[in-house]
Design a protein around this ligand. Structure first.
Ligand code: ATP
Ligand code: MG
Length: 296
C-alpha cells in the first residue's frame, strides 16, 4: 500500500511529465499550478527536508553500487529558479556523488567541435548524479531564436538547411537513447515560469542590492524574444520527450512547488532503479572477520 504522501507525489509527477510529445501544448501548462496543493512555507520546507533525506539515502546506494548514472537536465527562461532548485534539492547529498555543470555561451574551442562535444565530456560517471544547468538543448533554443549563433558554429554551409533543428532533435534523441542503453537514467526539467512572474523577479533583482549581481542586461534583452522562446520550447518538448528521457514541465511561479516537484520526480526515478548496497561475498566476509579479530 502506498502512503498518502507517495500518492500525492505520484500525482504531481504525472502532472508534470510529458508522456506524449505529439499531444503536448505549452499553452495548456499553467506556470502557477500547484496540483491542488497549498502549503504554508513551513510545511513545504518540512516536506522538502524529508525529500532531501530520501534523496541522500538513494544517492548513497547509487554511489555504492557504481553501475548506473543519472543525468538531470535543467532548462528555463532566466529567473525561473534553476539555480535555487538545484541548490535546494541537492542540498543533502554527498558532494562527491554529484557533478554540476553549467553551459553558457560556447568558447572558441567548443565552437570548433560538434554541438554535443562539450556536454558529452561532462556525462557523469557511473554511481553519480550529473546535473546540467542548461545543456545541449540550448542548441535548439537560443540558437534557434538567434540564428546568428548558428553562423558562428563553423558548419559546412551545405549542412545548414531548414531541417537543421529537426536533425538536431533526432541526434539528441539518439544520443539520449545511447546513454539510456548504457545504464543512464535521464530526467529533463523545463521550469515553466510566466512572463509576469519573471518581471517581478527581475525587479527584485534590481531593487535588492544583494540580488543586483544576478541581473544581467542580456536577461532583459532575451525577455523581448519571449514568444519565440516559447515556440522553441514547445517544439523541443514535442520532439524530444521520449520514454527513455522524458521532459517534465514544472510550474515555476511558486518556488516551493518547483522544488518539491523536482525532488519527487528524482526520488521516484531512483526508487524505480531498485538500488541497494552491494552484498559482500563469503570470502570477503571471512576477510572482514579476520580484520575485526586483528583490531581487537
Ligand atoms: P545565471 O544567470 O543564473 O547566472 P545562466 O545560466 O542564465 O545563469 P548566463 O551567463 O546568464 O547564465 O547565461 C548563459 C547564456 O548562454 C544564456 O543566455 C544561454 O542561452 C547562452 N547559451 C548557452 N548555450 C549556448 C549556445 N550553445 N549558443 C549560444 N548561447 C548559448
Ligand atoms: Mg542568466
Amino acid at each position: 500500500m502506498k502512503k498518502a504522501g507517495e500518492k500525492e507525489a505520484d500525482r504531481v509527477i504525472r502532472r508534470c511529465r510529458v508522456d506524449s510529445g505529439r499531444k503536448f501544448r505549452l499553452s495548456q501548462c499553467d506556470p502557477a499550478d500547484t496540483a491542488g496543493l497549498s502549503l504554508e512555507g513551513k510545511e513545504a520546507k518540512e516536506l522538502l527536508r524529508r525529500g532531501v533525506e530520501m534523496l541522500a539515502d538513494l544517492q548513497g546506494k547509487l554511489y555504492a553500487q557504481d553501475r548506473r548514472g543519472v543525468l538531470l537536465v535543467f532548462q528555463a527562461m532566466d529567473a525561473a529558479g534553476k539555480d535555487g532548485t538545484i541548490k535546494h534539492v541537492m542540498s543533502g547529498v554527498n558532494p562527491q556523488g554529484v557533478q554540476v555543470n553549467s553551459f553558457k555561451s560556447p568558447s572558441s574551442e567548443e565552437l570548433d567541435h560538434d554541438f554535443l562535444w562539450r556536454t558529452m565530456k561532462c556525462i557523469p560517471e557511473r554511481g553519480r548524479i550529473g546535473i546540467f544547468n542548461r545543456s545541449y538543448y540550448e542548441e535548439v533554443l537560443v540558437v534557434r531564436v538567434h540564428p546568428e549563433f548558428l553562423e558562428a558554429q563553423k558548419l559546412p554551409p551545405s549542412l545548414v538547411t531548414k531541417k537543421i533543428f529537426q536533425e538536431r532533435y533526432e541526434d539528441i534523441n539518439a544520443f539520449e537513447r545511447y546513454l539510456s542503453r548504457n545504464g543512464y537514467t535521464i530526467l529533463k526539467f523545463f521550469l515553466n515560469v510566466s512572463k509576469k512572474e519573471q518581471k517581478k523577479r527581475f525587479l527584485e533583482r534590481l531593487d535588492m542590492p544583494d540580488k543586483n549581481w544576478k541581473f544581467s542586461i542580456n536577461d532583459a534583452k532575451e525577455r523581448g524574444f519571449w514568444d519565440d522562446y516559447m515556440t522553441a520550447y514547445e517544439d523541443m518538448i514535442r520532439a524530444t520527450s521520449t520514454e527513455w528521457a522524458p521532459w517534465h514541465v514544472v510550474p515555476a511561479d511558486n518556488k516551493w512547488f518547483t522544488r518539491l516537484a523536482v525532488a519527487a520526480t528524482v526520488i521516484r526515478a531512483l526508487e524505480k532503479l531498485d538500488l541497494s548496497y552491494p552484498k559482500v561475498d563469503k570470502a570477503k566476509r571471512r576477510e572482514l572477520a579476520q580484520v575485526r579479530k586483528a583490531l581487537k
